[in-house]
Design a protein around this ligand. Structure first.
Ligand code: GDP
Length: 368
């Protein structure tokens, strides 16, 4: 029985532990519950054969198993089964429920997009990055795609540059006609795992920069902010750029900022390190037990507010996806949690699991 349970758990995205209300809690239930806890899956507890009994009383002793959601059911009559099915669907990780989107991982190595307004220095920066890298064979220029993929290798790590700047076919583009193509940028953002958003310190941080950053955030991509042309700026100008960054990029607190000069190469060497860290964070596996521990600590440090006189109860959490990391929080009335509290949880999880460089999404789901 144990072997079978173990094999089933190994293949599962979620588990339903079925117990018998008429027989009561026994040692075998406890053993399987222990097994499930170690597997770190979302688990639902179905207490069967409650027909003819008070469902609450009949299932009370099974709370001792310490498995989040308890569903009293009567399988023979179907009582409580639709609600159980809904709960199973809600507990499944997002990727098990929906057909997966085209995976960014399909590109070879870490797919990196370099985006930004015209003339901020994207081509100069890319040539700098390539200057120290081994550029591998790539799709020939002249392709009709808006962006081309250029694989390269540095320090034994592979990347694929999603080239929208047209660095590799610039000769075909007459000087000065390049406009900011949002469609091209969006395509590159979609294909990338990590986006390098390049801005121009000498021009200042503009509304257009903020809009591009907004697209990255919306797509849920990992982000590294590059403030280019840092050379030749006086202290007052530098202070102004930092102030503008705080103002316009306030919503990008998760992203690292790099002040560089693509022309001179200053600071460029550190960029790929941040790309690596952001990529790793975006794809990190968050074990359910650790997530639950973090959730309980977050709640203990700062209680959720009262909503209509009742305290919102956060029961358990599990990971719902990668790139960006999605953390699904279950509880009572959780959809009424104020946005500020959800942000508090996001930041708590970010700090605990070192999720810097990537957006984190906390999704709230109701479940008794
Ligand atoms: P792109 O349109 O974003 O690809 O920008 P380019 O790489 O073509 O650069 C636009 C202009 O900015 C060129 O004249 C570059 O020489 C200049 N530029 C690029 N990076 C720097 C930098 O770090 N410092 C300074 N002062 N100029 C730069």
């Amino acid at each position: 029985m144990h072997e079978q349970a173990r094999a089933a758990i190994a293949e599962a995205d979620a588990a339903v532990l079925l117990v018998d209300a008429s027989a009561g809690l026994n040692a075998a239930d406890e053993a399987i519950a222990e097994e499930l806890r170690r597997a770190g899956l979302p688990v639902l507890l179905a207490v069967n054969k409650v027909d003819g009994l008070d469902p609450r009383l009949a299932s009370a002793e099974f709370h001792a198993l310490g498995i989040g959601e308890v569903h009293p059911i009567a399988a023979r009559r179907g009582q409580g089964v639709p609600a159980l099915l809904d709960a199973v669907l809600a507990a499944l990780p997002a990727e098990a429920r929906a057909a997966p989107a085209e995976p960014a991982e399909a590109e070879e190595g870490v797919p990196v997009a370099v985006i930004g307004r015209p003339n901020v220095g994207k081509s100069t920066l890319i040539n700098r990055l390539f200057g120290e890298a081994r550029v591998l064979v790539y799709d020939a220029p002249g392709t009709t795609r808006d962006s081309i993929a250029v694989p390269f290798e540095r320090d034994g790590q592979r990347y694929t540059l999603i080239d929208t700047a047209g660095v590799r076919r610039r000769s075909q583009v007459p000087e000065g006609v390049e406009k900011l193509s949002v469609v091209k940028s969006l395509e590159a953002i979609e294909r990338a795992s990590v986006v390098l958003l390049v801005t121009d310190a000498q021009e200042g941080i503009t509304e257009q920069d903020a809009r591009l950053a907004g697209h990255v955030l919306q797509a849920g991509r990992a982000l590294v902010v590059v403030i280019n042309k840092w050379d030749g700026l006086g202290p007052e100008q530098r202070r102004k750029v930092r102030r503008d960054l705080d103002l316009r990029f306030a919503f990008l607190g998760f992203a690292r900022h790099h002040f560089v000069s693509a022309r001179h190469g200053t600071g460029v060497g550190l960029l790929l390190g941040s790309v690596d860290r952001a990529h790793a964070a975006a794809h990190r596996d968050l074990p359910t037990p650790a997530l639950n521990e973090a959730l309980h600590e977050a709640v203990a440090a700062h209680q959720p507010p009262l909503v209509r006189g009742r305290r919102v109860k956060l029961r358990y959490a599990h990971q719902g996806g990668h790139n960006p990391p999605v953390i699904v929080v279950h509880g009572n009335q959780v959809q009424r949690l104020p946005a500020a509290y959800v942000r508090y949880l996001e930041n708590f999880f970010r700090e605990r699991f070192d999720l810097y460089g990537t957006p984190v999404r906390v999704e709230c789901r109701t479940g008794e």
